[in-house]
Design a protein around this ligand. Structure first.
Ligand code: NDP
Length: 253
C-alpha cells in the first residue's frame, strides 16, 4: 500500500516530534517542518522516512514553498498537523502589539496559511487536518491574553474548516493539550506553577508528548472517519474540574 504522507509543523521537538515518531510507527512518511533548522536536521537524521523542511509557518511564501517541496518529494499529502506554536505569557498591560502579533502570526496565521496551501492535495486524497489548540482555548487564565485568544481562534477555525471542507471528504479536528513538559512550557511556567497545575488536574500529572500524539494519529486514522469539527481535550480532566480538587484530595472522608 502507498505510504500515507503527513506534514507535521513544529516537528523538531516536543509534541511535534512525538507525533512524527508515532506516524512513522504506523507506516506513514512525514515531512517535518520547523524554523529551528539545526534541531530539525538533527531530529530528521535519526528518523528514516522523514523529510526535514525549514519553514516559518507564519510566512506565506515559505509555506507555499514548503508544500511544493512535500508534493515534489512524496506526490501526495494525506494529513496536515498544525502543531507549531509559540507562547508569550504576560499581563494585558505588558503585552505590547509586537508580542500580540508574534503569537497570532504563528498560532493563528500559521494554521490558516498551512491549511489553505494543502487544500488541493487534501481534496485529492480525502485527507485530514489536526490543529493543536490548548486548554487555554477553553479556560481563561491570567497572562494568556494573546496565547489563549489565539488558541480559542484555532478551535473556531477548526469548526469553520470542517464545515467548509466536509463535502470534499476532508476532516478537520483539534486536539487541546493540558500542560506538557516541553521547551515551550518550561519557558513560561515556574516549577511552582507546574505543581499548582497538577493539583488541579484530576489525573494528577502532566500529559506526555505521547498522550497528545496518540490522539492526533487516531484522528488521522480510518477509525476516526466520522469525526470532524471536534475539539478533543487531552488534559487529564483539567477542563472539566472546578475549584476544590486539592481540598478534596486532602480530605480523608
Ligand atoms: P515546543 O516549543 O517544544 O516545540 C514547538 C516547535 O515549533 C519548536 O521547535 C519551535 O521552534 C517551532 N515553531 C515555533 N514557531 C514556529 C513557526 N512560526 N514556524 C515553524 N516552526 C515554529 O512546543 P510544544 O511541543 O510544547 O508545543 C506544540 C504545540 O502544542 C503548540 O502549538 C503549543 O501551543 C501547544 N500546546 C502545548 C502545551 C504544553 O504544555 N507544552 C499545552 C497546550 C498546547 P522554536 O523553538 O524556535 O520556537
Amino acid at each position: 500500500m502507498t505510504n500515507r504522507i503527513a506534514i507535521v509543523t513544529g516537528a523538531a521537538r516536543g509534541i511535534g516530534l512525538a507525533t512524527t515518531k508515532l506516524f512513522l510507527e504506523d507506516n506513514w512518511r512525514v515531512a517535518m517542518v520547523d524554523r529551528d533548522e539545526a534541531e530539525l536536521q538533527k531530529a530528521s537524521d535519526e528518523l528514516p522516512g522523514t523529510l526535514p523542511i525549514y519553514c516559518d509557518v507564519s510566512s506565506p511564501d515559505m509555506v507555499q514553498e514548503m508544500v511544493a517541496k512535500v508534493l515534489s518529494a512524496f506526490g501526495r499529502i494525506d494529513a496536515l498537523i498544525n502543531n507549531a506554536g509559540v507562547a508569550i505569557f504576560k499581563p494585558l498591560e505588558k503585552t505590547d502589539f509586537d508580542a500580540w502579533r508574534t503569537v497570532m502570526a504563528t498560532n493563528l496565521d500559521g494554521v490558516f496559511l498551512c491549511t489553505q496551501a494543502v487544500i488541493p492535495a487534501l481534496k485529492e486524497s480525502r485527507g485530514c487536518v489536526v490543529n493543536i489548540g490548548s486548554i487555554s482555548a477553553v479556560r481563561a487564565s491570567t497572562l494568556r491574553v494573546a496565547y489563549g485568544t489565539s488558541k480559542a481562534a484555532v478551535v473556531h477555525l477548526t469548526k469553520q474548516l470542517a464545515v467548509e471542507l466536509g463535502e470534499y471528504g476532508v476532516r478537520v479536528n483539534c486536539v487541546s493539550p493540558g500542560p506538557v513538559k516541553t521547551k515551550l512550557a518550561e519557558a513560561v511556567h515556574s516549577p511552582e506553577i507546574i505543581k499548582a497545575y497538577y493539583d488541579a488536574i484530576p489525573l494528577n500529572r502532566s500529559a506526555t508528548e505521547l498522550d497528545i500524539a496518540e490522539t492526533v494519529v487516531f484522528l488521522c486514522s480510518p477509525k476516526a472517519s466520522y469525526i470532524t469539527g471536534q475539539m478533543i481535550a487531552v488534559d487529564g480532566g483539567f477542563a472539566s474540574s472546578g475549584i476544590g480538587l486539592p481540598a478534596l484530595r486532602a480530605s480523608k472522608e
